[in-house]
Design a protein around this ligand. Structure first.
Ligand code: 5GP
Ligand code: ZN
Length: 155
């Protein structure tokens, strides 16, 4: 016969398992390699791996919540990606209570531009969102483009 303690433990395990299932169903799963930040990240997301330092990049700027590094396929002499370390698929999936993270990324942009040396000449910030927006990596990110005159309207 099960003791009370055993029953409580089984219930706890059940709750934890259900929580895990909810996280799995909503796309949030604990990263197995680099979750020392204690945040939910996606195992197969390239930018999560960069944020977790599993893939090395040249760091242009970093704070507790934000990382900036050069784009692997630059579209301008200066092309830097600025990401929240926490995973969001896109701007569309940021919950209202998570918007301070977006504000932190945007607050870091002047410092990133300063480090990239483009504050004098000017630069462009782009957030491609979804298919028509040209988003190819489903981890929210800001492009900082500079070092040349940007055309308008954009392509
Ligand atoms: P998006 O097309 O989603 O707006 O932007 C994704 C950007 O990520 C692209 O400009 C692409 O060149 C860049 N990118 C994709 N994979 C990597 C990578 O592994 N490292 C770096 N540094 N940039 C990447
Ligand atoms: Zn990610």
């Amino acid at each position: 016969m099960l003791s009370t303690r055993t029953v409580i433990s089984a219930d706890s395990a059940g709750v934890i398992f259900i929580r895990y299932l909810i996280r799995f169903a909503t796309g949030d799963v604990m990263c197995c390699g680099g979750d020392e930040r204690g945040e939910f990240v996606h195992n197969d997301c390239i930018f999560c791996k960069i944020a977790a330092k599993e893939i090395p990049v040249k760091i242009i700027y970093e704070d507790d919540h934000v990382l900036a590094f050069p784009d692997i396929n630059p579209m301008a002499p200066v092309h830097i990606l600025v990401i929240p370390k926490q995973h969001f698929d896109s701007l569309l999936t940021v919950k209202p209570e998570e918007m301070p993270i977006v504000a932190q990324v945007m607050a870091a942009l002047p410092a990133v531009a300063e480090k990239a040396g483009v504050t004098g000449e000017g630069f462009r910030i782009v957030v491609n969102t979804g298919g028509n927006g040209g988003q190819t990596v489903n981890h929210l990110h800001w492009h900082l483009l500079g070092g040349r005159i940007m055309s308008w309207p954009p392509g």
